[in-house]
Design a protein around this ligand. Structure first.
Ligand SMILES: [Zn+2]
Length: 414
């Protein structure tokens, strides 16, 4: 295109949650916003090798937004939050891989990334169920496109949502807005603080051990669990992977606890999972720096026998809790994931175990319909496009203004 037209193509994400990939092209420059792996069965295949782009902007470090990153070529720049990159590397290493070897550039909240005279991108830090979650304002050929990424208004960084509403991007031509919650129950959407309070009740009432089933990278949730531990007198026991996630994030976020900064987090150092994690860490010593020494420090490490001797002292967050539960008389499990994952075999085992009091305590990482409305009303785009939703047709029922229906791969020219 040699004129000032801008082409927006959602390669995947117009009618599904996950696997998001958006391309924006103007003149001889083209960028991608997210390159995600699909969460379930997808009808749209995205092959990065067949897309011509110079830069990839990753909104946040969740698989459904970065999962295709391995296919990025050496001449292509990956823009991402610094913690986000480290968390992706952490996941890769613990799954047996190597840290990413890409040309990275780190995003800073509300600082422009200038690609050329007429093409620039500004990241907006948002509240989501992981750290370093951004929306992107793309200014290109005098036009403005805003991509929401994944966001919510009820987490620990809820201020980010308020700031956004108070000072939204103006005169936006096209808003690509996520709608994960469009088809889901919106009534039960407590705040992260309310999640902490509900955890506290369980920690106080359970006479035995408590276990937490949650994402190891959902740092808000880990912090809620940690604070509930402090308030109840329990100690949080983590596997090495989760303890390292806290280390990565605590380097930049002081409110997040590191194992060296508290005696109320301990790390389980024996058992099958610990053995596997230890091997990964040993094989990547440069990446983990002094972490092993800190894990095995007296007062931080904990062995299974010590845990089993006084289980009522602990809230345990490890990847295979059933291995420990089998050796206990009773316990409580705090299930803190999306209810859809309850179908998985391991969670079914926990749910139906006679030893387990099962408590579902969770809140979504995504904005409710009411908050989506506030968001769309604040931006007031000329065109609104549905993305990251299973219910794109519902946008016309819920949101005001012009809704542009798009299919995967169908370009929108502005
Ligand atoms: Zn997502």
């Amino acid at each position: 295109m040699e004129d000032n037209r801008v082409k927006i193509t959602i390669h995947r994400g117009t009618h599904e949650i996950g696997g998001t990939c958006v391309q924006i092209t103007a003149g001889d420059r083209s960028i991608l916003l997210d390159a995600g792996a699909p969460l379930g069965q997808s009808t749209s295949l995205v092959d990065l090798a067949r897309l011509d782009f110079s830069d990839l902007f990753i909104s946040h470090p969740h698989q459904d937004h970065y999962g295709l990153i391995d296919s990025v070529a050496p001449h292509q720049t990956v823009h991402i939050g610094q913690m986000g990159r480290q968390l992706i590397d952490t996941t890769k290493i613990f799954l047996g891989g190597k840290p990413l070897d890409k040309a990275f550039s780190y995003l800073k909240n509300r600082e422009w990334v200038v690609l050329n005279d007429s093409f620039k991108v500004m990241p907006y830090l948002m509240d989501h169920s992981c750290v370093d979650a951004f929306g992107f304002l793309v200014e290109v050929q005098g036009k403005k496109i805003y991509y929401s990424g994944d966001f919510r208004a009820h987490g620990r960084r809820d201020k980010a949502f308020k700031w956004f509403l108070a000072d939204p991007p103006k005169e936006v031509d096209v808003l690509l807005m996520e709608g994960t919650m469009m088809g889901r129950d919106n009534h039960e959407t407590p705040s992260e603080k309310a999640v902490e309070d509900k955890m506290l009740v369980v920690l106080r009432e359970e006479p035995g051990a408590c276990f937490l089933v949650s994402s190891g990278q959902h740092v808000d949730r880990l912090c809620a669990a940690f604070r509930a531990c402090l308030r109840s007198g329990r100690t949080l026991v983590l596997d090495m992977y989760t303890a390292f996630v806290l280390r990565v994030v605590s380097r930049q976020m002081r409110s997040v606890p590191d194992i060296n900064a508290t005696d109320r987090i301990r790390v389980l150092v024996d058992g099958k999972t610990a053995g596997g994690h230890y091997e990964r860490i040993k094989g990547n010593q440069e990446f983990f720096a002094g972490f092993v020494k800190d894990v095995f420090a007296k007062g931080t490490q904990i062995k299974l026998d010590e845990l089993l001797a006084e289980p009522s002292k602990y809230l345990v967050k490890v990847s295979k809790p059933m291995r420990i539960i089998e050796r206990l008389d009773r316990c409580s499990v705090i299930y803190s994931l999306w209810s859809g994952y309850l179908e998985e075999v391991e969670n079914q085992e926990l749910l139906h175990s006679p030893k387990v009091r099962f408590h579902e305590i969770h809140t979504s990482g995504h904005a409710t319909r009411d908050d989506l409305k506030k968001f769309a009303n604040a931006v007031k785009p000329k065109k609104l496009v549905a993305i990251h939703t299973e219910y794109p047709a519902d946008y016309t029922k819920i949101f005001a203004g012009h809704i542009e229906p798009l299919a995967d791969g169908q370009p929108l020219i502005i």
